[in-house]
Design a protein around this ligand. Sequence first.
Ligand code: NAP
Length: 477
Amino acid sequence: MTARAQIGVTGLAVMGRNLARNFARHGYTVAVHNRSYAKTESLIADHGDEGEFIPSETMADFVASLARPRKVVIMVKAGGPTDAVIDELVPLLDEGDIVIDAGNAHFPDTRRREEALRAHGLHFVGTGVSGGEEGALNGPSIMPGGSRESYEWLGPILEDISAKVDGVPCCTYVGSDGAGHFVKMVHNGIEYADMQLIAEAYDLLKAGLGASAQEIGEIFAEWNKGDLESFLIEITADVLQHVDAETGKAFVDIVLDRAEQKGTGRWTVQNALDLGVPITGIAEATFARALSGSTPQREAGRILPAVAGEWEVTDRDAFIEDVRLALYSSKVVAYSQGFDQIAAAAEEFGWEIDRGAMARIWRGGCIIRARFLNRITEAYELNPELALLLADPYFTEAVGNGVAAWRRIVSQAALNGVPTPAFSSSLAYYDGVRAERLPANVIQAQRDFFGAHTYQRVDKPGVFHTEWSGDRTESPA
Ligand SMILES: NC(=O)c1ccc[n+]([C@@H]2O[C@H](COP(=O)([O-])OP(=O)(O)OC[C@H]3O[C@@H](n4cnc5c(N)ncnc54)[C@H](OP(=O)(O)O)[C@@H]3O)[C@@H](O)[C@H]2O)c1
């Protein structure tokens, strides 16, 4: 067998199959392999005419069909299966070859695998891929980690098959070892927040206006023409206006109100707790899914008194605009917090992540693609060290313009008993981060009282402790 494939894909379920087709359609010769040969055969039978594929039944033949340095994309079920494929692959590879894990791996696993393969002289590139099966075929957003050297070989191919916005590829080098999968994880966390915020906006419009799903869908379609323009707003407008064929009712009205999750939101929140970064929007969105699935608690909770008013919105258009502004502001908070998490992880793990470039590669291909990501890129270009996205001049003004509306919406929601965990927590974060003085002084005083945990003073340097159970004298700690 001549070793002429420019790239190989092993794992030909929906994602791998479409990624392989994407490579082939861009003129690459693609080696293809799957644990069970039937999937390989079906790819060739259904799409073999889309480009040049070299199918192999065994891993050894697959590796032998690749030109050096070999570039192998693994697209299998994340977790144990990825390790199993790596174990089979590694003995067949040579120094300098590049193994790309494009599945949804947890970044600590990617760090572990990268270290192990580096010891074999191999490059291991943990790569975030977003956009689902459609993106994999027509252009995903791609977030590769690993060594810079591997990107020299791999980057042009991945950029070629990625989504393009204004001719710019939605793919760039993210950072060493697990940085690519980390950024993909935060992307998914932001996706959770974005989806929850949209769902809360829907709920507010339903409760405040008594609007039907169809009407709310039309409002979302209108919003999609402005600052909120994004894939998620667009598909929400679409699903809200969809009618269930069986009952003739609005589709969303027959869907059970229990949101599931695959775990990336949970990983994002767990990591934020480890790093000590408040990502309240993402966390509330993750907990809101958990609450929706807390069946015994929800059944028991139905008896709880609402003590809430009858919501009467008098100015329909003004209310809709308030919800829109509150949604926009809360969304900026979710991104601001997500980018803080990326900065903190970069510091922790020694990654050099260009946050503006991350916003740029999320503009197309991925689930959170949105018009306002351009603004985030511009904010980090203006100030690469920006400590708080909300404090960028553009966002300070844009969110500032919405604060009054945001307060009206969150307070009306509270008065009328409509849960808005993401809207409310985002506003609380906004007020917290802009506060001159937080009540953390009281917490620190309590900690010193019961645990001699010490405190600092506002009027002089040093660390102090007060003898609370004795004569209450203060001494330097
Ligand atoms: N679906 C999406 O929208 C999406 C989006 C982004 C990322 N991803 C990630 O992309 C990856 C692939 O997703 P997918 O939905 O296409 O497939 P999947 O259902 O997650 O996995 C099925 C594939 O894994 C292979 N596999 C499972 N266990 C294996 C083992 N022990 N050894 C070798 N191969 C094994 C299967 O081979 P057989 O055919 O032989 O069973 C099949 O090719 C996953 O990591 C997923 O999280 C998915």
